[in-house]
Design a protein around this ligand. Structure first.
Ligand code: LLP
Length: 385
């Protein structure tokens, strides 16, 4: 019997998704940095690196994974609201492409570390644009109430002290408004804010040579089989049509979920069926420790039984995990072909923020993954005799 649970990665779909990104950026000087936090699986990283994408990292560990997978140091960008001194030193020594700084104190620390290392470091300012990404509040990052990016107050203070910071050169701007963004008007708002900020930036810091608009494009969690590849055309068109910059100005992007989200599935086996007065529970061998999104954000992922007989009777289940928390529930009142102990189901759209967010809670170990170039067999319908 196949050992479960595990993450299944459809590398063909990943490749087709990367090609869709490439097709939509071929005529413009856009550079896409894959956000490693979405999924750091080695095979996934190597495939993305091999196609010439950059990497967006938020820790020195992620930078090491990126370098190991073959991303070039100059194509790595490093963001994060709480970089440690050791992480800054590591990034400066490795001469990565860009440090996106998020507070005045951080910039002062970068300057001190650069001075000790006798280096001159180019940095970008991550500004908080106060734009509503129209997404779940827990994954919104661009509102004034969110902790990310320099505030207007800090931007003004930086202007005052910039001349004393001899070892940093502020050359660019960075933004990221949030994740699972499906309403393109949020990105239009961001572009309009950027157009207003650029002249203010240039008045104090000189010519802007670097612009990074972050990531966040969402995926279709409701219909993953019908829409496996996100609408990159509409996404990139917003920036092509609304940014007031010369046509040859390079723009950097940090896409995570839209690149890997649909290529991954979590396969998990029924341990027990519990029949209750109000509910039937299917207790699975994977739980919130392997896919935290439903417990943490109330996220809904499609669930399907694998290898089911076409005439199987349908039943209603709560699909739950083994963890000692009531929030350890993947979905309530799901209609599925009858489930029995030993049956395998797959939870779709688990390529992003599933494996990379897995936990050891309840003494759980990390589970394996199966990256495959074969067409996913997940929905094969077995005709009953
Ligand atoms: N750039 C920055 C600075 C970010 O903070 C993020 C994601 C990205 C890029 C990539 O965003 P994406 O294209 O993947 O949306 N765990 C949550 C998502 C958290 C996103 C954190 N930042 C979830 O499972 O929905």
């Amino acid at each position: 019997m196949e050992s479960t649970p595990y993450y299944f990665y459809d590398l063909d779909l990943l490749e087709r998704t990367l090609m869709a990104v490439e097709m939509n950026t071929v005529s413009v000087p856009y550079k896409v940095h894959y956000a490693i936090k979405a999924n750091n699986n080695k095979k996934v990283l190597s495939l993305i690196a091999s196609r010439g994408f950059g990497a967006d990292c938020v820790s020195s560990q992620e930078i090491m994974w990126a370098l190991d997978a073959g991303f070039k140091a100059e194509d790595i960008v490093f963001a994060g609201v709480g970089k440690t001194d050791a992480e800054i030193e590591f990034a400066v020594r490795r001469e990565i492409g860009m440090l996106n700084c998020e507070s005045l104190e951080e910039i002062i620390v970068v300057n001190e570390i650069a001075e000790q290392l006798n280096k001159n470091v180019r940095i970008a300012l991550r500004l908080n644009p106060n734009v509503n990404a129209l997404t779940h509040e827990k994954i919104s990052t661009g509102l004034a109430e969110n902790k990310f990016g320099l505030t207007t107050l800090e931007f003004e203070e930086l202007i005052e002290v910039y001349s004393q910071l001899r070892n940093v050169e502020i050359t660019g701007l960075h933004f990221h408004i949030g994740s699972q963004v499906l309403n393109m008007s949020a990105y239009e708002d961001l572009c309009h804010k950027i157009n207003k900020i650029i002249p203010r930036f240039e008045a104090h810091f000189g010519e802007l040579t670097y612009l990074n608009v972050g990531g966040g494009l969402g995926i279709d969690y409701e219909n993953p089989d019908e829409n496996p590849i996100p609408d990159f055309e509409s996404y990139f068109n917003v920036f092509k049509n609304n940014l007031d910059i010369p046509a040859d100005f390079p723009v950097h992007f940090e896409l995570g979920r839209s690149i890997v989200g649909q290529c991954g599935r979590l396969r998990t086996r029924v341990l027990y069926i519990k029949r209750g007065a109000m509910k039937n529970f299917a207790v699975m061998d994977a739980g919130m420790t392997e896919l935290l999104r439903p417990a943490m954000y109330g996220a809904a992922h499609q669930i399907a039984k694998m290898n089911y007989g076409i005439e199987e009777e349908k039943n209603v289940y709560d699909i739950v995990g083994p963890i000692c928390e009531s929030s350890d529930c993947f979905a309530q009142d799901v209609i599925l072909p009858e489930l029995k102990r030993g049956d395998v189901v797959e939870i779709k759209s688990c390529g992003a923020y599933a494996e990379s967010m897995s936990l050891n809670y309840n003494g759980r170990g990390r589970i394996g993954s199966v990256p495959s170039n074969q067409v996913a067999t997940s929905l094969r319908i077995v005709k009953s005799a």
